[in-house]
Design a binder for this molecule. Structure first.
Ligand SMILES: [Cu+2]
Length: 353
């Protein structure tokens, strides 16, 4: 209610100032200045506005880069991640460089060549050399960027499947994830939403001999330094499997299987103990401690301290609980991974078939 009143007061104040200025304008004696045609003074002012807008704009941009750089993701936790980051920074660097020149000239020229009484624009029909230069340079730079991007893309996307590769199914539905491991035989059984029944929530085809030893989990455990390929299925709507620390994202589409592969290189434990993450966690927990004080004062439970974990997130707005559609990812040693998996029930054991 208070906020509403404040808004009304500000709006009324605005209207008052506007009305006063209208009365002031009307009460002034008519002279040459009331003309609708811009004079030298107007042009000079507008030119200065253009120039200072550019200065403030660039200062603001670099300030934001500097001030918010702590929100950059840390070093990628996957093998291809550094290629991905380099591509992004090279593209960003070129864009900033080109836009500083073009926007800079635009605003500088608006100031330098502002209108002046008696000054006339130069008639300059064309210049083949100039046009050639500003056509060929963008062509070369763009072609270079696209080719570089394509090479990076195919290097990231064409993951070869060999006997060392771990194939895991990621199954998305509103609003949770499941992972399915292929079990002893290393092959995932066939699946189709039509087979969804009772405990068989992923619709695995139990008549497929490869399906019996499959293992369905609610956490994603990955052995470090081993290539993994995800086969992704969705039960209902479009989802997107997003693993920012591994620089990985792929749409999960109902009715088809999409895939993405990478090799995790930093375990959860190592990431937790990195300088970046220690500092990040310290800041989060400081905020939590502050917020807990208010909660405790109201007789509520304080917030638990935050501990870092990798997460698989959904990055498509897929419904009302989209924001909470996530699955914990744990990158660990091969032994820890094997120990974890061996405790899990196979589909056959779980369904009692
Ligand atoms: Cu989703």
């Amino acid at each position: 209610m208070t906020a509403f009143l404040i808004i009304i007061v500000i709006a009324l104040l605005g209207i008052t100032v506007w009305q006063l200025s209208t009365i002031y304008k009307l009460s002034r004696p008519a002279n040459g200045d009331s003309s609708q045609v811009a004079n030298d003074n107007d042009n000079h002012k507008q030119g200065l506005f253009m120039f200072w807008f550019m200065v403030v704009f660039y200062l603001g941009m670099f300030y934001c880069f500097w001030e918010y750089s702590e929100f950059y993701l840390p070093e990628a936790a996957s093998e291809h991640g550094s290629e991905f980051d380099t591509l992004m920074f090279v593209s960003l660097g070129i864009i900033i460089f080109v836009q500083m020149i073009t926007q800079g000239l635009l605003h500088w020229f608006a100031y330098k060549y502002k209108g002046k009484k008696g000054k006339r624009a130069l008639f300059y029909a064309d210049n083949d050399k100039l046009e050639f230069i500003w056509t060929i340079i963008p062509v070369i730079v763009l072609a270079g960027l696209i080719i570089y991007g394509l090479f990076t893309w195919s290097a990231i996307m064409n993951v070869e499947e060999n006997e060392d590769t771990l194939v895991i199914e990621l199954y998305a539905k509103q609003f949770s994830w499941n992972a399915r491991y292929p079990g002893e035989d290393g092959v995932l059984g066939k699946a189709n939403v039509r087979f969804i029944e009772g405990k068989n929530i992923l619709g695995v085809d139990m008549s497929d001999p490869y399906a019996a030893d499959d293992i369905v989990t609610t956490e994603l455990h990955l052995p470090v330094n081993r290539p993994v390929i995800f086969k992704m299925r969705s039960q209902d709507v479009l989802h997107s499997a997003f693993m920012p620390f591994f620089r990985a994202q792929m749409n999960v589409v109902p009715g088809m299987i999409t895939q993405f592969g990478f090799t995790p290189t930093i375990t959860s434990e190592e990431m937790r103990n990195s300088d970046y993450m220690r500092e990040h966690v310290r800041q989060v927990n400081e905020i939590r401690r502050e917020n807990s004080k208010a909660l405790v004062a109201e007789g509520e439970m304080p917030l638990d301290p935050y501990e870092f974990e990798y997460f698989l997130l959904c990055n498509k707005i897929c419904g009302i609980s989209h924001y909470n559609m996530q699955m914990k990812i744990i990158v660990e040693s091969e032994e820890e991974y094997e120990a974890w998996l061996s405790e899990k029930k196979t589909m056959k054991e779980d369904l009692g078939e």
